[in-house]
Design a protein around this ligand. Structure first.
Ligand code: S3P
Length: 429
């Protein structure tokens, strides 16, 4: 379905954001691996975490959804997963496929993991290689892509694994497989990526020479996962940028997850001069939360380099929109990983910004944008590339136009933010 976006005269309101997608996936998976019952509140209604729920049910885990965003998971423990009768369909969700691969490889259950068109062309080599080194037998299309067929005939071997790329999905996959091994599996992280897995599983972490060594083994008790999932910082980022770039805006976002390994975009927007206030700092389980309020702000250009990219990887498309309205040239480098998301996001941004008439140059690992506080995007029919974050970035851009624009196949926002279009009209009316 295509969505028409009218230019916004103002943006005002308080939004109840969707629950965090990354934490929702993990809450459901880890609750299944816990021996006993977990009650998770504010579980995400989005499509991706529901792909995870479908897969866990296929593996024999009973999950109740009594309503009001609550989930009751009857955890079966590490040895209770059953061989699925059908495929484990991960839909559009890279997190489901990569994290579940670790669980399947570790448990020794034979299963076939499938995904939609986009997920079936995303590389899985990064997880296949370490899982094979641990003893998993995996067949993949072209030895890289889904469907993935898992079988294990040998004992699970612990792995010492320096992360070759700063990916939380890869880190989590190996640690989850490690949870089933007798000896400790060690993942060595040089650049920090989101640490929800370590936090929610309460894994041992050693800091050594600026590296983090995270260990998992069968000796680790998988804790129950009864807590409230924080609201999604990655969803908040769209409104933080919209509020900062729009000349008549004030937006409040209560209860947002502010895990420091996720909030790179907050620091970047602060550096750009965004007028934001953070109040009511608190915790939901192992995760920090707070309320954020943003107001219209003159923005300065910024440079984002590889060390901070893992900390704002999902927010770069919307940060690019902020850069368009900054007074000068902004640059992003070390972000080649964006080419391996739901779509090639560097290419998608190039096409979006070109149709908007922006001064944008794409590189192999990033881009430069010549910003202008008076920039008005040309009205256009923006392609979403069937990528939720590209669709939402295009919608925020369209709010700033002199006339209406269209976001093609804008319904893909439901992958992480089912209420996105309703929230947009709430702010503009
Ligand atoms: C995620 C990790 C990130 C992110 C994705 C969710 C996670 O991917 O882009 O949306 O929940 O672990 P990588 O860690 O592979 O970069």
């Amino acid at each position: 379905m295509d969505y028409t976006v009218q230019p916004a005269a103002s943006l005002h309101g308080i939004l109840q954001l969707p629950a965090d997608k990354s934490i929702s996936h993990r809450a459901a998976m880890f609750a299944a691996l816990h021996q006993g019952r977990s009650t998770i509140t504010n579980f995400s209604e989005a499509a991706d975490p529901h792909s995870t729920l479908d897969c866990m049910r296929e593996l024999g885990v009973e999950i109740e959804e009594p309503g009001n965003h609550t989930l009751i998971v009857h955890g079966v423990g590490r040895d209770g997963l059953q061989t699925p009768s059908g495929d484990l369909d991960c839909g559009n969700s890279g997190t489901t496929m990569r994290l579940l691969s670790g669980i399947i490889a570790g448990s020794g259950v034979s299963a076939r993991l499938t995904g939609d068109e986009s997920l079936s062309v995303r590389t899985m080599k990064r997880i296949i290689e370490p899982l094979r080194a641990m003893g998993a037998h995996i067949e993949a299309r072209e030895d890289d892509f889904a469907p993935l067929n898992f079988r294990r005939d040998a004992e699970l071997k612990p792995l010492h694994f320096p992360l070759p790329i700063p990916s939380a999905q890869l880190k989590s996959c190996v640690l989850l497989a490690g949870l089933f091994g007798d000896g400790p599996t060690e993942v060595i992280e040089t650049l920090p990526s989101r640490d929800h897995t370590e936090r929610l599983l309460n894994l041992a972490i050693e800091e050594k020479e600026k590296k983090r060594i995270i260990r998992s083994s069968r000796k680790d008790v998988v804790p129950g996962q009864s807590y409230r999932v924080p609201n999604d910082f990655s969803a908040a980022a769209f409104w933080l940028v919209a509020g900062a770039i729009h000349p008549e805006a004030e937006i409040s976002l209560p209860g947002v997850g502010l895990n420091p390994t996720r909030t790179g975009a907050l620091g970047i927007l602060q550096q750009m001069g965004a007028d934001m206030e953070i109040t009511n700092n608190d915790h939901e389980g192992a995760e920090p939360v707070a309320d954020i309020r943003v107001k219209s702000s003159p923005l300065k250009p910024v440079k984002i380099t590889g060390e901070v990219v893992p900390n704002c990887i999902d927010e770069i498309p919307i940060l690019a929109i902020a850069m368009l309205f900054a007074d000068g040239v902004s640059r992003v480098s070390g972000a080649e990983e964006l080419r391996h998301k739901e779509t090639d996001r560097l290419n998608a941004l190039a096409e979006m910004l070109e149709s908007a008439g922006a001064d944008f140059e794409e590189y192999k690992d990033g881009f430069t944008i010549k910003g202008d506080p008076d920039f008005r995007p040309d009205p256009a029919a923006f392609s979403s590339f069937h990528d939720h974050r590209i669709a939402m970035a295009a919608a925020v851009l369209a709010l700033m136009g002199p006339d209406s624009s269209t976001v093609l196949n804008g319904h893909c926002t439901a992958i992480s933010y089912p209420g996105f279009w309703e929230d947009l009209s709430l702010l503009t009316n």
